[in-house]
Design a protein around this ligand. Structure first.
Ligand code: PXP
Length: 251
């Protein structure tokens, strides 16, 4: 069943737990298969330069064994480009990456990095891979993404999720405005980072968003409730928020 608001399940942190012992368990590909059965519309995985969670073999197996579209998160490096061009995932999401960070901190500076990023966007698109730019909810970053030929912008929801009270409302308004701007200039708009059962509703209610990518919370919560019921509950909260906002539940 195709829904208007897709859920991309990020399985990176299944690999984090596996790598803590260096063996094969728990297997992120098994988690991807289960997420697919539980209502995920896509799988997201970030192959980091230091391979701290997802491995090259995981990417190969995700491509070979999972029917859902793969959103391959990658830094704009020649090494990652070669891997993307070899596997031709459904989409590649360009993200900033720093070795010392614990997770992706902030969005990609597309406006400031045009010269470096242009050839990555072009070569990915020439290979038939949809290109997404992970950016802060900032019109200048969206305009620059369009200028470079990206198909999609994914809005960073981390600051919204971390904020509280009036500050959270303010950050939500930035997301709403950026999603409206993406629609005006003709970019598909996704969002993600830090989303939880508590924070997903207002984001899912933004009618022009077509995909949310969620990982860390789902994998952490699965310890208590199981992956199947956690993914189903997230899916249900997204559908409820979208329905209450007047959008379509499914198509
Ligand atoms: N979207 C992008 C581009 C990301 O880099 C990440 C984290 O890897 C996510 C979404 C998911 O964030 P979280 O794991 O906090 O849900």
């Amino acid at each position: 069943m195709r829904r208007q608001l897709r859920l991309g399940v990020n399985i990176d942190h299944v690999a984090t737990i596996r790598n803590a012992r260096g063996g094969r368990h728990p297997d992120p590909v098994r988690a991807a298969r289960l997420a697919a059965q539980s209502g995920a519309d896509g799988i997201t995985a970030h192959l980091r330069e230091d391979r701290r969670h997802i491995s090259d073999d995981d990417i190969e197996r995700l491509i070979r064994e999972i029917d859902l579209p793969l959103n391959f998160e990658m830094a704009a490096t020649e090494e990652m480009l070669t891997i993307a061009l070899r596997h031709k995932p459904h989409a590649a999401c360009l993200v900033p990456e720093k070795r010392e960070e614990r997770t992706t901190e902030g969005g990609l500076d597309v406006a400031g990095g045009r010269d470096h990023l242009a050839s990555f966007v072009r070569r990915l698109r020439e290979a038939g891979i949809r290109v997404s730019m992970f950016v802060e909810p900032d019109a200048a970053q969206l305009d620059a993404s369009l200028e470079l030929g990206a198909d999609i912008v994914e809005l960073h929801t981390g600051t919204y999720c971390e904020a509280e009270g009036a500050a959270r409302e303010r950050h939500l308004r930035r997301l709403v405005e950026a999603a409206a701007h993406a629609e005006r200039i003709g970019l598909e708009c996704h969002a993600g980072h830090g989303l939880t059962f508590d924070t997903v509703g207002p984001v899912a209610a933004i009618a022009t968003l077509s995909e949310l990518n969620i990982g860390h919370f789902l994998i952490g919560e699965a310890i208590f409730g199981g992956l199947d019921s956690t993914v189903r509950r997230m899916r249900a909260l997204m559908d409820k928020a979208r329905a209450e906002a007047g959008g379509e539940r499914s198509a």
